[in-house]
Design a protein around this ligand. Structure first.
Ligand SMILES: CC(C)(COP(=O)(O)OP(=O)(O)OC[C@H]1O[C@@H](n2cnc3c(N)ncnc32)[C@H](O)[C@@H]1OP(=O)(O)O)[C@@H](O)C(=O)NCCC(=O)NCCS
Length: 184
């Protein structure tokens, strides 16, 4: 499947990242600003996360785009060009037409509805590209993430009980599985 390199929403431009050190520094600065909240919920967000790791991530994203196996977008305010966060489509199952949406926002972009807007814009293109079932997963304690799924109209399929080891809390954790089907 293929998704557009750029998606325009009411307030944002979602764009494919091109790996440059300047971009890695820009995104890294927002990760650093937000590391406490990201660290709680995202396993990659270690407290000693570095700009080199950010560059490696963006390079990896470019490879996934080229292979057409993953599609991560930088979210930017279309008026100011300010970087807001990342939304992506990953874990694409071509046979069953399933994909998973993931996301994070910089702390200074939370509370404005940007992620709900981004998810709703991305899903239109996912369904148009042939996806039949979109999934969002989150820790059952991650209420902000659950609220994005709810606001965007996803259905709570259920809870996978203790399906993950939570490194931060040092305990097994439960995962919500949300879905939206084409046409819903
Ligand atoms: C999960 C995360 C992206 C949610 O961010 P968010 O800002 O709460 O979500 P949205 O961008 O959809 O914004 C919704 C909020 O903006 C408010 N809002 C303001 N203007 C709005 C508008 N025009 N439209 C919609 N909502 C608006 C909503 O009321 C809501 O705030 P509230 O929850 O305090 O009521 C963010 O908290 C985050 O990055 N967390 C850390 C990483 C993470 O957990 N990622 C997900 C892993 S599964």
């Amino acid at each position: 499947m293929i998704l557009p390199e750029k998606i325009v929403t009411n307030r944002m431009i979602l764009e494919q990242p091109v790996p440059t050190f300047a971009l890695a520094e820009e995104v890294y600065a927002k990760v650093a600003l937000s590391i406490e909240s990201l660290h709680r919920w995202l396993p990659w967000a270690k407290l000693d996360y570095s700009v080199e790791e950010e560059f490696a991530y963006i390079y990896h994203v470019q490879q996934k785009w080229q292979e057409k196996t993953g599609f991560a977008y930088l979210m930017r305010n279309s008026k100011t060009n300010r970087f807001l966060g990342i939304v992506d489509l990953v874990k694409i199952d071509e046979k069953n037409k399933i994909g998973e949406i993931g996301y994070w926002l910089s702390n200074d972009a939370v509370g404005n509805g940007y992620m709900t807007e981004a998810v709703q814009a991305l899903e239109i293109h996912c369904f148009a590209a042939g996806i039949n079932r979109l999934i969002i997963r989150n820790d059952t304690q991650n209420l902000r993430s659950a609220n994005v799924a709810l606001r965007a109209g996803y259905h709570l399929d259920g809870v996978m009980r203790q399906d993950r080891w939570d490194e931060v809390m040092q305990k097994f954790a439960d995962t919500n599985i949300w879905s939206k089907l084409k046409g819903e």
